[in-house]
Design a protein around this ligand. Structure first.
Ligand SMILES: [Cu+2]
Length: 342
């Protein structure tokens, strides 16, 4: 380079570098404001954590013998001794903690159909495969506390997601390890007088027949009347209404409400086949899947692993039948009564 050009080029180069450096500085964050922002964020998180209410439940998995008909005992697997498990309640915005103790001789889990939780609380085979939350697949004698943020209101459900030698997930669920969770919205549904929860399914593999005759297979809330409506008619002929009443919440689920009450039904299919829920005589307004619309034909189709909620407001005394509208299932026992009293 000639000297005369060098004398001009050097100051220009310095000027360009200076401009570039100044411009670069514009893209660097102001350290003070960034620190302040992080600190505000932490404070907000702490405040939220302090404010978030915690809802706690304890569920014990155990073997439970349930007399499901005069001639059959179901050697069920249960959460807290019942099928379905006791319905869990929480409020939108809360942190739900479910402590599950496994007092059974197989590995089990609690897998809930929620949408805001850490993977370590999944209670599924991914926990075993990744080692993240491996304890959420609970071995015999173990326990795990599952945590979920109640980010959305409404109805959902949970079930065992384990399998074991000789028993796939199907057996683990159908043997009775499932239940429903009602997450109350904020503000709450003050217009609802009572909730009715119904889980449609099939009975598990371990049913012992103690006398000849049909035993329950298609069940609602763990109950099924072998022979369905025909059997009910025969019981009435032989024993009158007293005989029928003896079947209430034994071989068929029965719910009661008063005229003028607003009742919200929550119906879930946790079985391995399609079920459809038909309630006689009442206008059913969907409050979940078909939200806000009238359920045309008064039958809710439920493929496996789905639910629907709906509201009824009975205006006169009546005994209304409900049943699976896969009618062979009704014949096999999937019937129940909704009794509206004055
Ligand atoms: Cu059915």
């Amino acid at each position: 380079m000639d000297v005369k050009y060098g004398l001009v080029a050097v100051p220009i180069l310095i000027a360009i570098l200076a401009v570039v450096m100044i411009n670069d500085n514009q893209f660097l964050p102001d350290q003070n404001s960034q620190t302040q922002q992080v600190s505000e964020e932490i404070h907000t998180q702490i405040a939220e954590a302090e404010e978030q209410k915690v809802r706690e439940y304890t569920l014990v998995i155990e073997a439970t013998d349930i007399q499901v008909s005069d001639n059959a005992i179901w050697h069920a697997w249960t959460f807290n001794g019942t099928v379905p498990a006791p319905t869990l309640h929480a409020n939108q915005g809360e942190l739900l903690k479910v402590r599950v103790i496994n007092n059974h001789n197989l590995t089990h889990s609690f897998h809930a159909h929620f949408t805001d939780y850490d993977m370590k609380h999944d209670g599924s085979p991914v926990n075993t495969l990744t080692g993240i939350g491996a304890g959420s697949m609970i071995p015999p004698g173990g326990e795990w506390t599952y945590e979920y943020n109640m980010d959305t209101a409404g109805t959902t459900f949970f079930h065992d997601h384990a399998s074991s030698e000789g028993h796939g997930i199907k057996d683990h669920i159908l043997q009775g390890l499932y239940g429903v969770i009602l997450v109350e919205r904020d503000p709450p549904r003050n217009y609802v007088d009572r909730d009715v929860v119904i889980v449609m399914s099939e009975i598990g593999f371990d049913v012992e027949r103690t006398a000849p005759g049909p035993t329950p297979y298609f069940i609602m809330n763990g109950k099924g009347m072998p022979g369905g409506e025909q059997a009910l008619a025969e019981i009435f002929e032989e024993q009158g209404m007293e005989g029928v009443a003896a079947q209430f919440n034994y071989t068929m689920p029965v719910f009661k409400a008063k005229v003028g009450e607003t009742v919200e039904f929550h119906v879930v299919n946790l079985g391995d086949v399609i079920h459809s829920f038909h309630l006689h005589g009442l206008k059913m307004t969907s409050s979940a899947v078909q939200r806000g619309t009238n359920i045309q034909g008064t039958t809710v189709p439920l493929v496996q692993g789905t639910l629907e909620s709906f509201i009824v407001t009975p205006d006169k005394p009546a005994i209304w039948l409900f049943h699976c509208h896969v009618v062979s299932h009704a014949d096999a026992g999937m019937i129940g009564l909704f009794i509206v009293e004055e």
